[in-house]
Design a protein around this ligand. Structure first.
Ligand SMILES: [Zn+2]
Length: 53
């Protein structure tokens, strides 16, 4: 999954938004390491290895 738009998360209402400012406050970047594609591949590879072994 490719993220075309930079997503932000509002610190005030907690909603995801594409605007840098929400609820009159600068929103935080919504790209935590958890959602990184590299991490997902690593997880998938681990599971594959486990099935083979
Ligand atoms: Zn908000």
């Amino acid at each position: 999954m490719h993220v075309k738009f930079h997503m932000y998360r509002c610190r005030v209402c907690g909603r995801y938004t594409m605007k840098e400012v929400h609820c009159g406050q600068p929103a935080a970047s919504a790209h935590p390491a958890k959602f990184s594609p590299q991490d997902r591949y690593a997880k998938y590879r681990q599971r594959e290895d486990g099935e083979i072994a």
